[in-house]
Write a protein that binds this ligand. Structure first.
Ligand SMILES: Cc1ncc(COP(=O)(O)O)c(C=O)c1O
Length: 418
């Protein structure tokens, strides 16, 4: 019989295999100091492009005060127990009401975490005869939810509406054959790696051909897109066609928690059946108080979103003018596509951190195909034009070095914390 632990330490996985050289630098880095466009990394101040602090709320004085006041008044313990048993409060219900209003839905339900919350919500609504049709590039939390549910699922090519329709017809045929079950389509408002918006309007229009319900994970659209910040559906003029709207608080809200919004009766169904909330302690009061304040700022300070977009467009246009490929983004997420191996990518990241004092994250194989590198830049409302200019200059110089082969190294640089 094999020992499970022995097998694990023989192969740490595609990223874990680099841990001895990468830990603390390329993987698990520690950014220190107040959250902002500049933070400290290994004692050096750097311009940071890796945080989903889109609206700059993480260190907003009103947010910091609400977080501190909430903690002082309530502590982290309150309320004790799950919402259903003993952990409910007026403020939890008020936050749910305000979130639902913000995204133009009847009701909403709070979740402690986005990942766990959406998995459990999907699990609670899908019966064994229901069929899920979903985008191939959906976030891991959706893919993991689909591993839990008992029914069939059909995947459509990323943002390919024609293929979505094809899969819908397959789903309909299956439901007809079973003489039971319905169809749930799941996609995202903004795909977090490439920054392209989901084709929500076109997908929603398919309801005329095949009846289904639409669930949208709008983690990156909430607060950043749409006239009022209500997200990708609002931006595309199809918010009413989204039956279930989901967002985490981990991005624009710079906090912890998540919510799902939709028709009152369906949210009530989820409230009484979502296992991750029924069998878990409810969101602590300081988070609820802090999230109420953040939502108030989303409503009352449209200049935060305006600043975010001013910076995002300055960064994106600057990159395009310099000949960089930023793909199909139509959100503030800014990917920069380059070619090179994992070793070259890490040597380039090291150069940009150590010599240009810029901290940004890269995506390499196995997340994307071998030989490709994506720099994923996240602009925020609190970046400055000077920081954008310095970054553009650094990118031009390091790209030239990459193309000239200056980063060709045999192994990833050994930068681990010893
Ligand atoms: C699209 C998407 N959905 C869900 C999540 C998970 O949210 P949370 O961090 O609240 O668990 C994330 C990442 O934060 C995300 O990017």
């Amino acid at each position: 019989m094999a020992d499970i632990f022995e097998r694990l330490i023989k192969n740490y996985g595609p990223l874990g295999q680099h841990r001895e050289r990468a830990h603390g630098y390329f993987a698990f880095p520690k950014l220190e100091g107040a959250i902002g466009s500049k933070m400290k990394f290994r004692g050096q101040e750097m311009i940071v492009w890796s945080l989903n602090n889109y609206l700059g709320l993480a260190n907003h004085p009103e947010v910091r005060k609400a977080d501190a006041d909430g903690s002082a008044q309530y502590g982290l313990a309150l309320p004790m127990g799950a919402r259903m048993m003993s952990g409910n409060s007026d403020l939890h219900e008020q936050l749910e009401k305000e979130l639902a209003e913000f995204v133009h839905k009847e009701d909403s339900i709070l979740m402690n975490y986005g990942y766990q919350g959406i998995m459990s919500a999907i699990d609670s609504i899908c019966g064994r005869h229901d069929v899920v049709v979903y985008d191939a590039e959906c976030h891991a939390c959706i893919i993991d939810a689909l591993r839990m549910i008992p029914g069939h699922r059909f995947v459509f090519k990323h943002n390919d509406v024609e293929d979505c329709e094809k899969q819908l017809h397959r789903a309909q045929a299956l439901v007809d054959k079973q003489q039971s079950g319905g169809i749930l389509v799941i996609t995202e408002g903004v795909f977090g790696m490439a920054g392209d918006q989901g084709c929500l309007k076109e997908i929603a229009a398919l309801k005329k051909k095949v009846p289904f319900r639409l669930l949208v994970d709008d983690a990156h659209g909430f607060g950043t897109l749409g006239a009022t910040g209500a997200g990708a559906g609002e931006a595309q003029g199809c918010q009413d066609e989204i039956d279930l709207y989901f967002s985490t608080f981990a991005k624009s809200m710079a906090s912890i928690g998540a919510f799902m919004a939709g028709p009152k009766n369906i949210i009530d169904y989820i409230r009484y059946n979502i296992r991750s909330q029924i069998f878990a302690k409810s969101l602590p009061m300081p988070y609820v108080v802090g999230n109420l304040k953040r939502l108030e700022l989303l409503r009352s300070k449209p200049e935060l979103k305006a600043n975010l977009w001013k910076n995002a467009l300055a960064l994106q246009n600057g990159l395009k003018e310099r000949g960089f490929d930023i793909g199909k983004t139509d959100s503030v997420v800014t990917p920069v596509y380059m070619k090179g191996g994992v070793e070259e990518a890490t040597a380039m990241v090291m150069d940009i951190r150590e010599n240009y004092k810029i901290f940004c994250s890269i995506v390499v194989y196995p997340v994307i195909p071998k030989g490709h590198i994506i720099y994923r830049l996240i602009p925020t409302a609190v970046h400055t034009q000077e920081e954008i200019d310095l970054t553009l200059k650094a990118f031009s110089e390091t790209k030239a070095k990459l193309d000239a082969g200056a980063y060709k190294v045999a192994e990833i640089p050994d930068m681990a914390n010893k």
